[in-house]
Write a protein of this length. Structure first.
Length: 246
């Protein structure tokens, strides 16, 4: 991550792990890079003893991310900043400079209970992720099409430095669960995702993502997805909008 307190820049390598099990590019895979590049602007000036957490992320998609090994560029800028809150905007462009997605994130700072640190990964866990051929493999998720959604077991690979599942991963998993709830013959592509973060989602316990189809017509689909921790408490709620490609 490079830049200063007003702008952020980073690159993202693409590959087959950005597609679903059917080879279709998964737009929600941009959640991690967008969360990181936009959150960087608020995290940088965070007071000592505090940590910046996302409370909302909104993404709009223009095109599918490539899966050909090219590099995407993500950039961000400050929209507003208070003493304990911040709002940042961002976008992702492809190697030719064409817009893939844009969005915004709202963050707030919270007191640290434990010092942040890097996730501890086993060599086997890391190797299995590097050989992933789809986003489902990369996340290590149990995936079922339909209303049952998806589930993660304990997932240190998906943790942020605080030991919770990364906010961008939660966004991505919500989109996967939402897409699976739509009819298999529906030719929809994700056009927007709005996710709210209600409480931390620990990476050392299972988490489930349950979709609810709000609307499914010929040209528009809307699905609400909730993630819940092992105690059954809601961690995130997401509203995902889909539009027909024809």
């Amino acid at each position: 991550m490079t830049g200063d307190e007003t702008r952020g820049l980073t690159d993202m390598l693409t590959g087959p792990w950005l597609a679903d099990e059917f080879g279709q590019p998964c737009r929600g895979t941009l959640g991690v890079v967008m969360d990181d590049v936009m959150g960087h602007l608020v995290s940088g000036p965070t007071p000592e003893g505090h940590w910046a957490v996302s409370t909302e992320i909104h993404l709009d998609f223009i095109a599918d991310p490539p899966v050909d090994g090219s590099v995407l560029r993500a950039e961000s800028w400050v929209l507003g900043r208070g003493s304990r809150t911040g709002l940042a905007g961002g976008r992702v462009v492809d190697a030719q400079g064409r817009l893939i997605a844009c969005g915004s994130t709202r963050l707030q700072t919270v007191p640290l209970t434990d010092p942040p640190g890097a996730p501890v990964l086993s060599p086997d866990d890391l190797d299995s992720r590097l050989r992933a051929r789809s986003i489902i493999d990369l996340l290590g998720a149990e995936h079922a099409r339909g209303a049952s959604g998806i589930e993660f077991g304990p997932s240190p690979m998906l943790a942020n430095p605080m030991g919770n599942i990364h906010g961008g991963v939660l966004l991505c998993a919500s989109e996967i669960a939402g897409s699976a709830a739509l009819p298999t013959d529906a030719e929809f592509r994700t056009t927007s995702i709005h996710i709210s973060y209600l409480r931390p989602c620990p990476s050392d316990e299972p988490v489930t993502f349950t979709p609810k189809v709000v609307h499914c017509g010929r040209s528009l689909g809307i699905v609400e997805v909730s993630s819940r921790n092992a105690a059954g408490k809601t961690c995130t709620t997401a509203t995902i909008t889909y539009s027909a490609v024809h």
